[in-house]
Design a protein around this ligand. Sequence first.
Ligand code: UGA
Length: 448
Amino acid sequence: MKIAVIGCGYVGLVTAACLADFGHTVTGVDHDSSKIALLKQGTSPIYEKDLTPLIRVNTQRRRLFFQTSLDHGVDDAEVVFIAVGTPALDNGAADTAQVMTVAAELAKYIKDYKVIVNKSTVPIGAAKQVRKVIRDHLEAEVEFDVVSNPEFLREGRAVKDFQEPDRVVIGTDSPRAQKVMSRVYAALIKKGIPYIQTNLETAETVKYASNAFLATKIAFINEMANLCETVGADIRTVARSMGLDHRIGLQFLNAGPGYGGSCFPKDTKALAQIGRASGVPLTIVETVITANEEQKARMVRKIKGMVGALQGKTLGILGLAFKPDTDDLRESPALTIIDNLLAAGAIIRVYDPQAMAEAKKIFKETLVYCTDPYNTAEGAEALVIITDWEAFKSLDFIRLRKVMASPVLIDLRNLYTPAEVEQYGFKYENVGRAGYGDRNLPDLHKSG
Ligand code: UGA
């Protein structure tokens, strides 16, 4: 099939490359000419595992093309995906301006029947608005249909998530469009991936409901972790024992500094706004948003509790990205935590395996940028792990202790157990295991 994907951001690019890999002929369109120039050379403008080889191979096979203008690609295409940004407005709602602009622009290239697929996360009801905008801008009497096909890609494993999804959801009121879409996803249907055909509003709601539920799971386990700290329980055992109940499931029960990223914070706020606008109170979602903010604030209090007054103290921060395997800092808990530590007068040394360039854009000269965990720890009163990068799971504590001003590890991702860290004479704090920071620790001078 000939397919166009408008918007070569995160979602658009993964969609274009994976559809080309299914065997379709795909044109990726983006008005950012520097991005298109990179893509034409086979270089991905974003850091995403497995994406670059997929772009290269399918470009070489002449199944994947990139261009800056909508013509040709869209003219020829049977299916056009819209995958442009829907940033948050001040009231939390998703801004559909870019989606509607693209809809108006592409309308003039619709000369024969086409299926327009919305992949961007949009307010419930937006697909119908896309249909109206296209209809208003058509230059000829041609038939077209609009489909909502929400994406469930996770950064860092987006290619795999596209190729082996838990489900595909196709929302449209048109049986003709459903048929076309089942050809687009034939490769997945053949593999037996659950394939859900429904109406537009249901598909749009699935996206928000899924993300809000996952955010709720995280906020819930974080609250349980906070309780564990006070009552003397261990959150890791609580989470695992809960998760082994199949109705609950083991995933997304890792307590930490709060969720971040470009999706959960934005989508929970947008869903809460939809609830308010519809007169349907979504009290759980509203509370999850507040609880997540409070979790970040609690992490700052935790650090202050371990280090004392921060004025003039040096702290080492390991991990800035909102999660591992990405350079994405959007809504990362690290941003809020660092802002608060800086405001309290701390000197912050940072290291992240991928996100240093992004961090420099935001924090400029207010931070000390380091080259590895050991360089970060130099002269630090405490080392704080914020992101659960694989590289931070096997730190050399003997080496760390030698360079730190005082051996304190604040592990906001529970990468270690207290025993593992304390045997090296470290004072250890974490999320959801009671009072380890206050335990009697071996005398550092005696243990060498
Ligand atoms: C999320 C969803 O997982 C995807 O299914 C969805 O398609 C995507 O949003 C989207 O709407 O585009 P993503 O934002 O890439 O994906 O990241 P996740 O892996 O879901 O992590 C989100 C945040 O939750 C991270 O800050 C992570 O550290 C945190 N988290 C996750 C926890 O604190 N604990 C956990 O147990 C799991």
